[in-house]
Design a protein around this ligand. Structure first.
Ligand code: P71
Length: 457
């Protein structure tokens, strides 16, 4: 059979509510043209993020009932630790309430003013947590990774020459670690090849710099390797994931993505001294090292989710549904980052709205238009999220790309929801010339996209 179906049936349903266009126009105005500030109840199809929005399985819910809420050394903790070690293979596992807590602890200990941390592309909280320590976050993705229309099987790969040049220009003592984000979220959800991870690991070891993976979407990246890289077709996704982690010294992980959990994360390392310092800091703000800010039942949901996300029936369906959205948009003439990523489709707002300059935030304008037209919520990944200001002149420096991400929550929406999304997008694309740019009226000192307010320019 050609049709790839959802490998599950639906047992619990959550109603969603349609609003009128007039209501949405008013709500958008009240939210300062920032979709983060809308009430979720007023959103019909919520593609803001795939983070924490997954539908859990019956086995995860059953595991939650067995959650052991003991403060120290609970059974849930040991099940969580065993599941993480089974796949990730690192010696020390430190639970956190989500990915950015793992980042804050890791960078808080290892980074300082004047340091430089390379990554294929830092995602928002990673960049912000590095910059918060005074260190600099530098993106070294291959050139194809910054060109939306260019096809490449592993567009998330690190540019090895740029990495080597960066290390030799700043000196290895100023590079506390090298990061690789799998899959590359800011750059279209694009995968990194095993060959590239191996090569980065070789460079890291030669310079005695630790290599860390930002592992949020490790299962999707591993499945891309299975499908696209020579020599991996016959391997299981778990074997591929284990090999991927074997080249690293540690990782940060948000269990809100490829672990089907609504909350949670962890930090791993093979360095016992670092693990001790991390646990000390964990106790200060997150919690005791056998729960790290999570309930026992959350640890159990993650323990099960990490294994489920490696099932190939699930991954085949996951990729088919993302690709379905990408191919329908693309064949209707909507410019997207090619090829489709694992967890999301990214619309190239710079190309679609070429009458709106980056200084007027074409991605933000498009995100607002999707909500206004059809109650769909996506997220801008462009100059609102990653734009900078010139420290001397105060002039805006635009991001590498102006994208709107339509992230697909795991196991949540059906094909007819996606057909509706396509229909709305095609309509917005038809009206694209009528869209107007935006100006910022309020912004926070960091991670401004979450709370900024705008007015029409
Ligand atoms: C995503 C998120 C979370 C988010 C970001 C922006 C708007 C809405 C939601 C979080 C990531 C991530 C990577 C690669 C670390 C984190 C932090 N992504 N690395 O994509 O994608 O994890 O959210 O658990 O703290 O929507 P955390």
């Amino acid at each position: 059979m050609k049709t790839i179906i959802e490998p599950f049936r639906i047992k619990t349903v959550e109603p969603i509510r349609i609003t009128t266009r007039d209501e949405r126009a008013k709500l958008l105005q009240e939210a300062g043209h920032n979709v983060f500030l809308l009430n979720a109840e007023d959103v019909l199809i919520d593609l803001l993020t795939d983070s924490g929005t997954s539908a859990m399985s019956q086995n995860q819910w059953a595991a939650m009932m067995q959650g052991d809420e003991s403060y120290a050394g609970s059974r849930s903790w040991y099940r969580f630790e065993a599941s993480v070690k089974d796949i990730f293979g690192f010696e020390h596992v430190i639970p956190t309430h989500q990915g950015r807590a793992a980042e804050r602890i890791l960078f808080g200990i290892t980074c300082k003013e004047g340091d430089v941390v390379p990554n294929n592309t830092h995602f928002d909280t990673t960049r912000a947590n590095i910059e918060y320590t005074g260190a600099q976050a530098v993106d070294v993705v291959i050139p194809e990774g910054r060109e939306p229309a260019t096809f490449h099987p592993f567009k998330g790969n690190v540019d090895l020459e740029a990495l080597e040049n960066l290390i030799s220009s700043v000196g290895r003592e100023r590079v506390p670690m090298i990061l690789i984000t799998v899959t590359n979220n800011s750059g279209g959800g694009q995968p990194v090849s095993m060959e590239n991870v191996r090569a980065v690991s070789k460079i890291a070891r030669a310079h005695k710099i630790p290599l860390y993976l930002d592992a949020c979407r490790f299962a999707e990246n591993s499945y891309f390797i299975k499908l696209r890289e020579k020599g991996f077709a016959a391997k299981s996704v778990k074997e591929i994931a284990r090999e991927l982690f074997s080249y690293a010294d540690g990782c940060t992980m948000s269990a809100k993505k490829d672990a089907f959990a609504n909350i949670g994360g962890f930090l791993c390392t093979n360095d016992p001294d670092l693990a001790r310092q991390e646990k000390d800091l964990l106790i200060l703000t997150e919690g005791y090292p056998t729960y790290g800010g999570l309930a026992g039942r959350d640890l159990d949901a993650i323990a099960v989710g990490l294994q489920e996300v490696l099932e190939e029936d699930y991954l085949r369906y996951r990729f088919a549904s993302t690709r379905y959205l990408g191919e329908h948009l693309s064949s209707a003439g909507v410019p997207i980052v090619q090829p489709p990523g694992g967890h999301a489709i990214y619309i190239d707002a710079k190309s679609m709205l070429d009458h709106i300059p980056p200084s007027r935030f074409p991605g933000q304008a498009l995100a607002c238009a999707l909500y206004l037209e059809g109650g769909i919520r996506g997220v801008e990944i462009g100059s609102v999220m990653f734009g900078k200001k010139d420290p001397d002149t105060g002039a805006g420096i635009p991001a590498a790309m102006e994208l709107v991400r339509l992230a697909i929550p795991r196991r949540v929406y059906t094909q007819s929801h996606i057909d509706y999304v396509v229909e709305v997008l095609v309509e917005v694309h038809r009206k694209r010339e009528s869209l107007r740019g935006l100006e910022i009226t309020y912004e926070a000192p960091f991670l401004r996209h979450f709370t900024a307010r705008f007015k029409e320019a």
